[in-house]
Design a protein around this ligand. Sequence first.
Ligand code: NAD
Length: 489
Amino acid sequence: MAQLDEKSVVESVNKDLFIGGKWRPAASGRRFQVEDPSTREVLAEMADATPSDSIDALAAADAAQSGWARTPARTRGEIIRRAFELMVSKSEELALLMTLEMGKPIAESRGEVAYAAEFFRWFAEEAVRISGDYYFSPDGTTRVMTVKQPVGPSYLITPWNFPLAMGTRKIGPALAAGCTVIVKPAELTPLCMAALMTILEEAGLPAGVVNMISTTDPAGVTQPLLADRRLRKLSFTGSTEVGRLLMSQASHGLLRLSMELGGNAPLIVFEDADLDKAVSGAVFAKMRNMGEACTSANRIFVQRSILPEFSARLAETMAGLTVGRGTEADVQVGPLIEQAAVDKVSNLLDDAQSRGARIVTGGKSLSIGGYFYEPTVVVDVDPSWRIANEEIFGPIASVYGFEDEDQVIKLANNTEYGLVAYVFTENLNRALRVTEGLETGMIGLNQGLVSNAAAPFGGVKSSGFGREGGFEGINEFLYLKYVAINHRG
Ligand code: NAD
């Protein structure tokens, strides 16, 4: 494929709000700048929605709701399927756009576009499988009929770290279920979502079924929506702190909620693990997206007998990773998203170092234009320190030693979070005991990746509730209605 031109890919994106099937500027006329984190240069100016724009978007979603719910499931599925095909046909443009606004290496952006599109393919197929039930009450006097119906207009808030996949993972099941939506992308990465709106438009989605508001005032545009009775559902992916706040605001309207929040994933390597698999799995689980993932291996627990060898091999692999602008083909680690992310990573490392942790490789930010930070391995860390209890969200692998199974399960569970854990062992009995003992919504067993459109993604404890993807994902946007039928034949 011919080399794509960065400027024309950015220029091709509509920078307005998408409301009721029309592109329009914000009511205030204001715009905000979107930056390339690898150069700190301004890429584009996006419409900056105000509360009145978000209410317009809700009015459009509400007006389209009954028509979309009545649209046959096959027709809904075929439109979503067309959107999948369009995403695939435009995958190079989407991947470049993602690398430009978010920073991840182009190979990872291609991977995310494919993963994001897969949610549309999966939910296009699930749209026609919404079913109910019919049975007799025990005394024979009543028939019980159940039917699943769309919950109604849904508000979808997404983070910046996976600018497309976090969108399609919500939009796909919502549309398949028959819900209309308002999407609010993160202010750091709105361009991919705007490009996705054009794809949904081209796929033939009726006006008002999908609406998008980009804004630098997420709290201001969200509050009136959550207070409006026309809204029926909030699906949020982001930090636990904001999730808690939104849950309390959503209590007013008793909204249906899905919460995909932060994580503090343990990655556990037992002495009976296949070390090649464990090292490559740890590097992948840690370094995917520069470590800016809710699923990132935040605490790497290694059994003492193999700790020196594992740490040395991990450090060697991490030190060999190529850091640079994600558009360059051989780059494996891009920039962090903004200066605040670099500061946070540096602070956590300084704190650990001041208490006696040892840096084996890396440990510094890099002055090569953007928000770059070296892949880092730190050992002799204590699980009570900040670095073990906060999301690092950056390229620092923090390694802890442990003695035995019982101890590591306790250590792994000693966190408010419960999104994902990774376990490396070749012993089946141990694998079963440990996976059953871990308090997380997902587990990668001998692999450093769990994301899969066909699987239920989600957490427990302060990582939230609800599941995205898999057979479960569509149920987040459906409610169960029971009809009691009095029939004495
Ligand atoms: P964030 O909570 O700051 O922002 C997430 C989204 O919420 C953004 O769109 C933002 O504009 C919006 N937002 C912020 N304040 C708001 C408010 N008061 N009202 C309404 N909306 C508001 O999180 P982030 O920094 O964008 O993303 C990183 C976080 O997301 C991490 O904690 C990460 O673990 C989590 N995350 C979770 C998952 C998951 O599936 N569990 C996936 C990706 C990211």
